[in-house]
Design a protein around this ligand. Structure first.
Ligand SMILES: Nc1ncnc2c1ncn2[C@@H]1O[C@H](COP(=O)(O)OP(=O)(O)O)[C@@H](O)[C@H]1O
Ligand SMILES: [Mg+2]
Length: 378
């Protein structure tokens, strides 16, 4: 199975080739080679390891380049051809279409248009995104976001292939909550020069046998967190999104580039809070910035953890009024089962499945799987 589209670039300008390679890497497309001219292409496309995508910059002489491309697109129907040019001429466009070119990308390139074109062909090459990415954000230390992320992941793993990434890069506890000892961490899959293929992923992810969750842990050494960067995470999420049904991120309340990448890549930004003033204030601030970043309300979920019917500092409807959002779930307080699960190294939904907290976390996962609507429950 392809987890990444392989691509060949033809562009007379080496700097252009490099720039496009970097851009494509961020989108999870692997550039296998680049050439200044079209000539080497014919031989390359008949090889067993032929790419699925060829991008040709037709400039400086577009009609001439198109002529050279000739019958290649029709001969290799399984390969997608994109051409680019500064010349936006109807005749040239028609010629390109007649040759079997899939997309004509006007230069200067619109990143949005290229991304959309790539999405279209990814689906047809079986490398389209299918995962729901769920970004779990704590609003205050100890509110239980790691507990929520781990248990949601363990529950979702019963219905689909699930990966869990630890984005709490310095303090994160995902590996220890599952009692696994990873050999590789998220810092090891950030190198954009290295092809992120199935084998590398299989090595990097640690499978938790009882639950089936594939875990990508935080780096062991705090200094290795510096290797984690936004383009690397975008590429990683692109690839994981094609392989898994669910990707859960145990994250932080931050809009630094790495976290902004997680926010925009996610179908759901799930904020975990407690019914107290500092947590509610942070939730309000973070909902504010998500809105300013253009995240729609439908992509934000508020989950109250450690809920007790009597003795909360603030009432749920006060929080809802302040946030302008409904609380979508309440997980009951159960210190005994929650801490025992952590000490034992197994999510509570597996260790104590019949407890009230497990039933709540399991149903919370059910409300996030994309198959049912969200309902408030406690
Ligand atoms: N629903 C709950 N009821 C009682 N204790 C909980 C609950 N959820 C989490 N905890 C406890 O709160 C502490 C912090 O949880 P953790 O998931 O690590 O939070 P965070 O990742 O937000 O810092 C842990 O001791 C955990 O056992
Ligand atoms: Mg945590």
């Amino acid at each position: 199975m392809f987890v990444q589209l392989n691509c060949v670039i033809i562009d007379a300008d080496a700097a252009n080739r490099q720039e496009l390679t970097t851009f494509l890497a961020r989108l999870g497309v692997h550039v296998v080679s680049g050439y200044p001219t079209i000539e080497p292409l014919a031989a390359l496309l008949t090889r067993n390891d032929a790419p699925q995508l060829v991008i040709v910059n037709l400039d400086p002489n577009a009609p001439e380049s198109l002529k050279k491309l000739g019958h290649l697109p029709r001969q290799h129907g399984a390969i997608s051809f994109f051409v680019m040019s500064q010349v936006l001429d109807a005749a040239l466009l028609m010629d390109a279409m007649h040759l079997g070119v899939k997309e004509f990308i006007p230069l200067p390139m619109s990143e949005e248009k290229l991304t959309a074109a790539l999405d279209r062909i990814s689906q047809s090459h079986g490398t389209g995104k299918k995962a729901r990415i769920i970004h779990v954000v704590p609003t205050i230390g100890g509110c239980g976001s790691t507990t929520v992320a781990c248990n949601v992941a363990a529950s979702l793993a019963r219905v689909g292939r699930t990966a869990l990434l630890d984005l709490d890069l310095v303090q994160g506890g995902v590996a220890s909550y599952f009692d696994v000892r990873p050999r590789y961490t998220i810092a090891d899959v950030m190198d954009s020069a290295e092809k992120l293929d199935q084998q590398l992923l299989d090595n990097a992810l640690t499978l938790h046998k009882t639950s089936g969750v594939a875990i990508l842990a935080r780096p062991e050494l705090p200094e290795d967190t510096q290797r984690v960067n936004a383009p690397g995470l975008a590429r990683l999420l692109g690839v994981l999104g094609r392989v898994f049904d669910y990707v859960v991120l145990d994250s932080m309340m931050s809009i630094d580039p790495v976290y902004a990448t997680a926010i925009s890549a996610s179908e759901i930004n799930l904020m975990v809070m407690q019914l107290n003033v500092p947590s509610a204030k942070n939730a309000e601030r973070f909902v504010g910035v998500l809105r300013r970043m253009g995240v729609e309300s439908s992509k934000i979920r508020i989950v109250v953890n450690r809920y007790v019917k009597k003795g909360c500092d603030i009432e749920p409807d006060e929080v809802e009024r302040a946030l302008g959002l409904k609380i979508s779930w309440m997980v009951p307080n159960d210190f005994k089962n929650a801490i025992a699960a952590i000490n034992f190294g197994e999510p509570v939904v597996i260790r104590a499945p019949r407890s009230e907290i497990s039933a709540s976390l399991h149903d919370l996962a059910g409300s996030l799987n994309g198959k049912t609507g969200s309902a408030r429950a406690h």
